[in-house]
Design a protein around this ligand. Structure first.
Ligand code: GDP
Length: 308
């Protein structure tokens, strides 16, 4: 399977949930309307009621045989390094900006980190149906903000899409013949690189976030950096102090829509969840016992990126 891993950066109310919803809908069979009643990113409560713990912070859609993993980023500054960790899983970002409000100072922090990590942005100017929309000015303001944050020439050469997420429409110019989410998907596939990593090398993954399920206990989430791992397989957990412990993957999951799918195995490039590793902490590495090497933890101290 081919992958794209992207983050969405947006100020609150600029339409992130609506956009992800529109992306789901665009990839659903017309007969399978069951997601339409549920808002993807706000689905935690619903899912918990059903007894499944879903981290709606990780969602995925399939478009033309490519799985696009979408991770949510905190919309504001945080002090626990969560932004860096989450951005470390992706190769590009959608910067969603309200066509009337323009870029907001609260997204500066996350955007700055994304740019410092070298992520390629795609700017999506949403709500262009608003009577007070000023899309051209908003694009200029977004450019200025990125330049101010030290974006490279390549990052400043960002593609721009205009959207009415609420109606499931996105286009590169208002007269575009394509008036659905197709153009957004194609822009992602074209502009955001596929994740690297060797498929046949021993398994390795950095624990980026944790989740908890009543039935499975701790669930560790991250992007597979190399190789693959299957249900029941032995792994080494490399701890921060350099010590190692051995565990077994009880269950492996990928994401599809807002659901977590129980799968036989997970492989390089995908953002996955593993159960059965109660001793693995954020920032620690899960690897094949054959080659138990720790992955570096990214920290971004603008404008430099350091590896610790
Ligand atoms: P989030 O906080 O970024 O997740 O924003 P939401 O997706 O919840 O959207 C915030 C509000 O903007 C909601 O009332 C949406 O219905 C509205 N909204 C989203 N997309 C559009 C759009 O394309 N046009 C207009 N006019 N409103 C929109």
């Amino acid at each position: 399977m081919e992958y794209r891993n992207i983050a969405i950066i947006a100020h609150i109310d600029h339409g992130k949930t609506t956009l992800v919803d529109a992306l789901f809908r665009a990839t659903l069979d017309p007969g399978r309307g069951r997601h339409t009643e549920e808002r993807a990113m706000d689905s935690n409560v619903l899912e918990r009621e059903r007894g499944i713990t879903i981290l709606a912070k990780n969602t995925a859609v399939e478009y033309e045989g490519v799985k696009v993993n979408i991770v949510d980023t905190p919309g504001h500054a945080d002090f626990g390094g969560e932004v860096e960790r989450v951005l470390g899983m992706v190769d590009g970002c959608l910067l969603l900006v309200d066509a009337a409000e323009g870029p907001m100072p609260q997204t500066r922090f996350v955007l700055g980190k994304a740019l410092a990590l070298g992520l390629k942005p795609i700017v999506v100017v949403n709500k262009i149906d608003r009577a007070d929309a000023r899309p051209d000015e908003v694009v200029d303001l977004t450019f200025d903000l990125m330049a101010d944050l030290g974006a490279t020439d390549e990052q400043l050469d960002f593609p721009v899409l205009y959207a009415v997420a609420r109606d499931g429409r996105a286009f590169s110019d208002p007269g575009s013949p394509r008036d659905d989410m197709t153009e957004l998907f194609e822009t992602v596939l074209e502009h955001i690189p596929a994740p690297g990593g060797e498929p046949d090398a021993p398994f390795q993954m950095l624990v980026t976030t944790l989740d908890y399920s009543e039935y499975l206990g701790r669930i560790v989430i991250g992007r597979v950096e190399r190789g693959r791992v299957g249900r029941g397989e032995a792994v080494a957990v490399i701890h921060k102090d350099g010590s190692q412990s051995r565990s077994r993957v009880a269950q492996a999951f990928t994401h599809l829509g807002m659901e977590r799918l129980d799968v036989e195995e997970v492989s390089v490039g995908d953002i996955v969840a593993l159960a059965g590793l109660p001793e693995a902490e954020i920032g620690e590495t899960v690897a094949s016992p054959e080659l138990p090497e720790a992955l570096p933890v990214l920290t971004v101290d603008e404008p430099t990126v350091s590896v610790t």
